[in-house]
Design a protein around this ligand. Structure first.
Ligand code: GLU
Length: 440
């Protein structure tokens, strides 16, 4: 039912009974008091147990149907509508950029009154959201899927990588992928491996703040992403996100060394242990790191398969050995353990890891320190781990290590080859020396 878009189950029945439609101002009686606000549509993947109201303060509140007693329509709202202005004629001389939508709040349009978020599908939508794009490139937007990024799986990474491969065949000068922020780093790592040697820039962009907020970082990230994709002289997979507190700079982070380090700040993304790949300002490149692969390289050999049966676990004092056993039981083919300090775990866990390796599994060690690197040669525990067959992964990020193990197992014929690939530096996932700047 279009009037109650996104509502289902008990929340739909409750709203139908009250005669409410999206955009109406409701007064709802709950077991703890009365709340009034505008009825907001639910996301496609929302549950059926909540009614969401936009309060006068602008905040949305989700009310569990189990606490709702009755609802009264105070005022009928107009149906949310959106009319996009038509984009200007694209200029022939501009580069062609494919924008692949995968979900998240970026490149979505918001109905200001109800707060409803709709994916921006057509180029008319995109143009009205970010009119500056038409002066930067001839963009072709396309929705591949629409998921919150916590629901991404390796099969989504494969689909994105295959679409990028096709786009290169179609002659696009670059590709932008819009994505939720939560697992952006994992997807960036996955595409870095799957698209090794990619001859154009592939730029992942996201937004920490939605487009109904004046502080939204979506437009600037998108403009920078499209500009890099279309015009940069370098190639490879990068994340383009707001830099610092200014409103005019975007950082480009290498796809295997990027991490979301803050839940809400616009500059939440950091390059860990390496300098930024580039910085983009209003009029283009302000800084480009040395040594980035050049656009147009000829060694593109995409390998887009991933093995899902890989487990990432963080060691903690008193971690039960049963957790490693459980990984074996669910058929895990590889295990990435995030150890303490230089890469340590308790004696019981060392024993369990040895059994995992003896059973034909691939066990790898990263550090929960984030800065610095794993060194298993310093203490006895480290040497025991080496003896047990655990592979130390230098300064590789744990999330990157998980994704790499999935990719390595999806694309190697033997365990020996998988081990060899796991410790080799393929797309800058490990560095030979630690960056002398801040550890983060
Ligand atoms: N959890 C959502 C996601 O990562 C948040 C929305 C966003 O970050 O764009 O998709």
């Amino acid at each position: 039912m279009e009037d109650l878009a996104g509502y289902k189950g008990s929340s739909l029945s409750f709203l139908k009974k009250a005669g409410a439609s999206i955009g109406d101002v409701l007064e709802v009686e709950t077991s703890w008091g009365v709340v009034s606000g505008t009825l907001v549509p639910r996301y496609l993947y929302g549950d059926g147990d909540h009614v969401v109201l936009k309060l006068r303060s602008g905040y949305n509140v989700g009310l569990d149907v189990s606490v709702l007693r009755s609802a009264r329509v105070l005022a009928k709202g107009q149906k949310p509508s959106f009319s996009a202005s038509s984009p200007p004629k694209p200029s022939k001389g501009l580069p062609r950029v494919l924008i692949i939508g995968t979900g998240g709040t970026i490149a979505s349009r918001i109905d200001y009154r109800t707060g409803a978020v709709h994916p921006a599908v057509s180029s008319a939508d995109l143009h009205s959201l970010v009119p500056e794009l038409s002066g930067v490139a001839r963009v072709q937007p396309e929705i591949l899927f629409n998921v919150f990024s916590e629901n991404m799986r390796p099969s989504h990474w494969t689909k994105i990588a295959q679409r990028v491969r096709k786009a290169i065949g179609e002659g696009f000068d670059g590709v932008v992928i819009t994505h939720g922020t939560d697992t952006l780093g994992y997807t960036a790592a996955a595409l870095s491996f799957a698209l090794v040697g990619v001859p154009v820039p592939v730029i992942l962009v996201a937004a920490q703040r939605s487009s109904d907020r004046p502080s939204s970082d979506g437009p600037i990230n998108l403009i920078a992403g499209v500009s890099v994709a279309g015009t940069a002289g370098f190639a490879g997979v990068y994340v383009a996100m707001h830099l610092g507190e200014s409103d005019d700079k975007v950082a480009l982070h290498g796809g295997t060394r990027v991490r979301k380090n803050h839940t809400s700040r616009r500059d939440a993304f950091v390059s860990v242990g390496v300098p930024l790949a580039a910085v983009w300002g209003k009029s283009g490149a302000e800084y480009v790191s040395d040594g980035l692969p050049m656009r147009g390289g000829s060694s593109f050999a995409p390998k887009t398969r991933f093995e899902e049966k890989v487990v990432l676990m963080k060691f903690y004092p008193s971690m039960p050995a049963g957790l490693i056993k459980a990984a074996r039981k669910i058929g895990a083919k590889a295990l990435v353990i995030e150890g303490t300090g230089l890469g340590h775990v308790s004696k019981e866990i060392v024993r369990e890891l040895e059994l995992f390796v003896n059973g034909g599994g691939l066990a790898c060690m990263t550090s929960q320190c984030i800065g610095g690197r794993v060194d298993l040669s310093v203490y006895d525990t480290g040497r025991d781990l080496l003896h047990a067959g655990v592979l130390p992964l230098e300064d590789m990020l744990s999330e990157t290590a998980l994704v790499k193990a999935m990719w390595v197992l999806g694309n190697s014929r033997s365990l020996g080859k998988a081990k060899e690939m796991m410790v080799a530096n393929i797309v800058g996932e490990t560095t030979s020396r630690s960056f002398p700047g801040t550890p983060l």
